[in-house]
Design a protein around this ligand. Structure first.
Ligand SMILES: Cc1ccnnc1
Length: 284
């Protein structure tokens, strides 16, 4: 794929750093023609295959191809791509509401109705992606952001498709990259992967003292609903979680099935009343 050879600075004024990661840097950029702000993701491309620094151009092409395939209200939009000597710049929708993680962490109690609203949007983005045979493979709280920090009901936006993968018919795919705390057991065991790995990655009751402990906890699927956190949580919510934390990816609920689970889509008025009475304790 050929990206625009123009110098990104001719069209955008480069602003403050918004984030950085395994890929490079994300900076706020301002489109000169419209004055609109976007997020510029600056990716270092390795000159030749033996240099260690930077990304393979092919992996950047993959991220671009995937972002162009998943246009959805809960997934960050890709607007443009520029390329200079050793750098590719993705011009992405600016997501300025911060990480969902921080929004929730500052609350003492999260009402289940609020948690359900967020979970529903995450699942809508995921089920859309999975319906196109695309897995994110790096789903974790830092990559679930809020569209803005002003509206009372901000939208969820999934970001960072740097590890995402498009499954081709009948193709087997294995990878051991990801973040230990949020990784699915089949990733650790280097087994063939599927979009099911995204479902387990969002939750993390497996935190251990070291990465090794955490991975052991994930493999053993050992977690429990500690009373100090879950005494006020509805049985519907616990049932939902139990159907996600399943070792065998084929038995784990899919994003589609999650959206039909009574915790997310209550059937009776009683179920609605029950979850409104519940909250999730955020303070240890
Ligand atoms: C960090 C980030 C990424 C994409 N869009 N806005 C912000």
């Amino acid at each position: 794929a050929v990206f625009k050879p123009e110098n990104v600075e001719d069209l955008y004024e480069i602003g403050e750093v918004l984030g950085s990661g395994h890929f490079g840097q994300v900076r706020q950029v301002r489109e000169r023609a419209s004055g609109k702000c976007w997020a510029g993701k600056f990716l270092k491309i390795r000159k030749n295959s033996c240099s260690r620094l930077g990304l393979d151009r092919s992996s950047v092409e993959q991220e671009v191809e995937i972002l162009q395939a998943v246009q959805h209200p809960n997934i960050v939009i890709l607007k443009d791509v520029f390329e200079s000597r050793a750098e590719v710049v993705l011009i992405l929708e600016l997501v300025s509401g911060g990480e969902l993680f921080d929004f929730i962490a500052q609350k003492d109690n999260l009402l289940e109705s609020e948690a359900i609203e967020f979970m529903k949007q995450i699942l809508q983005g995921l089920s859309f992606m999975h319906s196109k045979n695309i897995a994110h493979f790096d789903l974790k709280p830092e990559n679930v952001m809020l569209s803005d920090n002003v509206s009372p009901h901000p939208n969820i936006k999934l970001i960072d498709f740097g590890l995402a993968h498009l499954f081709h018919q009948g193709e087997e795919y294995r990878s051991t990259s990801g973040t230990p705390q949020y990784i699915a057991p089949e990733v650790i065991n280097n087994e063939p992967l599927s979009t099911a790995a995204d479902i387990l990655s969002g939750l993390s009751p497996f935190q251990g003292d070291t990465n090794e402990d955490t991975l052991k906890n994930v493999i053993a699927m050992n977690y429990e609903f500690h009373a100090q956190y879950f005494s006020t949580t509805s049985s519907m919510a616990k049932d939902f979680i139990q159907k996600l934390l399943v070792k065998n990816p084929n038995e784990r609920m899919t994003a589609e099935e999650c959206l039909l689970h009574p915790w997310i889509k209550p059937i009776t008025r009683k179920q609605v009343a029950n979850r409104n009475r519940s909250s999730i304790n955020m303070k240890s």
